[in-house]
Design a protein around this ligand. Structure first.
Ligand code: MN
Length: 738
């Protein structure tokens, strides 16, 4: 292929370059209609001729990009219109071709898709620092894509290829595109279950956002796979023998964890590389669901399963429809292995998610509208996504994106209606969220709720499996207090709509009082008193921002919920006071605090009791309202995400350390005298034990002991761990963070 390669830049980012014939090879497999095949080919030829003379930043002819985008789309087995639109996606934006011309040549469906993609491209994306602007950009993209799931696929393919060739863009654009991808495209790919696209995007973004970490992990991974492959092959062979002996059809393979998921474990969750046990996993594919369970049984019979690691995603699929059985086993060699068991169909869903379900089916009255409906039925969240996106014009953008993230992208629970219908809600949802999910009218008139037959307060947090029944009264109206606990954007915006309708009818004084009350509540929630709040809000900067002359003006605006208290709090950059419990972590035997911060000699520093840091641990200081500085372990989940309130703190080396409490969990296979032996280790090594309790976790005899012990430093703790691990039956010890 002819190319004008710029110096130092690789053709197609170093990826194998496809030709139109390659794309044909892919869609010929599932599109046999001659007319459709010709239409796709002519869309390619049309796009190529219109982009003639245009080049990518890398110096390659522009149409390379169109071929790669269409190739990705065809690999997902999308229909002919989507592939055509893939070839044509830049033609309206970048050449003098009109939508009308596209419609005349390729029909209204293709034109509609190209039009939607073009509109997203035309959004003036600000990429400014202010969070509000960024959120506004993201909202525009979400709304642009919500029109049609096929538009999402085209945009994902377009973005993926642009990421592969990111080297040819200037540094600032690389960072901006990588960040936007992580914020917008990755969550969507994840929710659609498009794992192949999601993983590749994450890896590529990491490469540009944290190149050092990316290289580090790549190196670790290469080393690990080299040493582990042999032992993995041993386990693989043994399992294969067993399945063969039991006449079970199977395919067995191994997969390596993606670079990004390792990054997530190491740098977000704080797990050291050597403690990530599913870096290599075995995948067993069989023919029927029942065989999956059979295989699981056979494996558990042969190898010791690790407690807490078994997950049945077949009975309880993930919201993105992922199904599989997961278990972790101890190989005879002391290594742990994750094993995933599923059918061929489930495997396809795991790779391409929703695309596996709506893979283009030819003939028998294929209908794009029906297709869209079918997808929406399978993915409840998509319907919510569409409805939140279309009726949120009035809300501020940050709130919109937040609620979208909460409702659509976060972990879900499944609850039941009295008739047994499954309702999916974000974690932390309450009966009020449930009520609004059923219908706005039900939500608006809710007076009470029964969960599993028992009357409960409306702010009760629902759990998966709960049966929820809502009591309504047609004369009842929503309470403003519900806003303090509802989780879904749907409930929130419905309650707000009702309140602002009602507030519009209030007298001026009432509006001031109401606006003030909701602000006082929100600030108090963050540990700020009414006086402090008034002082903050009277600042000219704040009043100017909301175009108010007086504080009362601002209260009136807040009563109308423009702006909302949350928006003001975000503007003032106040974080919710993480409830950091510092009781119980008092330094024993010594009045001297073992931790100091530079230039803050007089500030009290305490050790957090959630993650129980001890000398030698990597720590950070969290600036807490009214509690001075609290030292946490750097990876403690209570401080991750609060970077703007963290400062560097250090262990003092000029004092003799006392002992400090540490919470640990010891996992073991139960046997007589096990607890006796564990206590014996503590006694022999003179480790004071504040508390210890054991709990049998399953019928296989797995048991976990929780203990609070007193130790002087991290090195000593590691020594104790090593001694405990020598006890027969003990296979894992962890520090616990509450
Ligand atoms: Mn493009």
């Amino acid at each position: 292929m002819a190319s004008k390669e710029k110096e130092g830049l690789k053709i197609n980012g170093g990826y194998p370059l496809h030709t139109f014939e390659d794309v044909e090879d892919v869609y010929f497999e599932y599109i046999s209609s001659q007319a459709d095949r010709e239409k796709i080919k002519s869309s390619y030829e049309f796009a190529k001729s219109r982009h003639e003379g245009q080049f990518r930043n890398s110096g390659e002819p522009y149409y390379h990009h169109l071929i790669e985008v269409a190739y990705i789309i065809a690999s997902l087995h999308c229909g002919p219109d989507t592939i055509c639109a893939g070839f044509l996606h830049d033609v309206v934006e970048d050449t003098n071709t009109s939508i009308e011309e596209i419609e005349k040549r390729f029909g209204s469906e293709v034109a509609k898709l190209v039009d939607s993609v073009t509109k997203i491209q035309r959004l003036k994306l600000s990429h400014m620092d202010a969070e509000e602007f960024e959120a506004e950009d993201h909202r525009k993209i979400f709304i642009g894509m919500a029109r049609d799931i096929r538009v999402i696929i085209i945009k994902l393919a377009d973005r993926l290829h642009n990421l592969r060739t990111l080297d040819s863009l200037p540094y600032e654009r690389q960072i901006a595109l990588a960040n936007e991808t992580m914020d917008v495209y990755v969550p969507i790919a994840h929710r659609l279950g498009l794992d192949v696209i999601k993983s590749e995007m994450q890896d590529l973004c990491l490469k540009y956002l944290h190149p050092d970490i990316y290289d580090e992990i790549t190196k670790l991974l290469t080393k690990k796979t080299r040493t582990m492959t042999k032992s993995l092959d041993g386990v693989k062979k043994r399992i294969a023998d067993i399945l063969f002996a039991n006449n079970i059809p199977f395919e067995i393979s191994s997969r390596v964890k993606s670079i990004y998921s390792i990054y997530h474990k190491m740098y977000i969750l704080g797990t050291p590389f050597d403690e990530i046990y599913d870096i290599m996993a075995l995948r067993i594919i069989t023919d029927t669901e029942i065989r999956c369970y059979e295989i699981l049984g056979l494996i558990h019979q042969t190898y010791v399963p690790i407690p807490g690691r078994f997950k049945d995603y077949i009975a309880m699929p993930k919201p993105n429809m992922y199904q599989s059985l997961h278990t972790s086993i101890l190989g005879g060699d002391g290594n742990r292995y994750e094993v995933q068991i599923r059918t061929k169909e489930m495997d396809e869903v795991a790779e391409v998610g929703v695309a596996a379900h709506w893979a283009y089916k030819e003939g028998n009255g294929y209908n794009s509208k029906e297709e869209q409906e079918e997808i929406e039925n399978q993915l409840h969240w998509f319907r919510d996504f569409v409805s939140i996106s279309s009726d949120s014009e009035s809300e501020d953008a940050k709130e919109y994106v937040d609620s979208l993230t909460k409702d659509i992208f976060e972990a879900n629970i499944y609850v039941f209606t009295p008739k047994g219908k499954v309702i999916q809600l974000p974690m932390g949802s309450t009966p009020v969220d449930f009520a609004y999910k059923i219908h706005t009218r039900v939500g608006d008139t809710t007076i009470g709720a029964l969960v599993n037959g028992v009357m409960v307060p409306l702010n009760t947090v629902l759990q998966t499996g709960d049966m929820v029944e809502i009591k309504t009264n047609k004369n009842s109206t929503p309470s403003e207090g519900w806003l303090n606990f509802v989780k879904t954007g749907l409930a929130r915006s419905s309650i707000r709509k009702y309140i602002s309708r009602k507030n519009a009818e209030l007298e001026k004084d009432d509006k001031i009082a109401k606006g003030k009350t909701s602000l006082v509540d929100a600030f108090r929630d963050r540990g700020i008193s009414e006086e402090e709040m008034e002082k903050m809000l009277s600042d000219k900067k704040v009043l100017d921002k909301y175009e108010c002359d007086t504080l009362d003006d601002l209260y009136i605006k807040v009563c109308g919920r423009k702006p909302t208290p949350t928006a003001i709090i975000d503007f003032l950059n106040i974080k919710k006071d993480v409830e950091l419990n510092t009781i119980g972590a008092k330094v024993k035997n010594s009045g001297v605090c073992p931790v100091y911060a530079r230039g803050a000699d007089n500030i009290a520093i305490t050790l957090a009791s959630c993650c129980t840091p001890i000398p030698g641990d990597d720590i950070v200081g969290f600036i807490s309202h009214g509690k001075g500085i609290v030292a946490h372990r750097r990876n403690c989940h209570n401080v991750v995400g609060s970077e703007d309130r963290l400062i560097d703190v250090y262990w003092r080396d000029d004092i003799e350390y006392a002992t400090y409490p540490v919470d640990i969990a010891i996992n073991a296979i139960n046997r007589p005298r096990l607890l006796h032996d564990i206590s014996g280790v503590f006694a022999t090594h003179k480790i004071p034990v504040n508390s210890i309790s054991g709990k049998v976790v399953d019928s296989d005899g797995n048991v976990v002991f929780h203990a609070t012990i007193l130790v002087s430093d991290a090195k000593r703790l590691q020594d104790i761990f090593n001694i405990l691990l020598n006890i027969n039956g003990v296979y894992d010890i962890k520090r616990v963070t509450h």
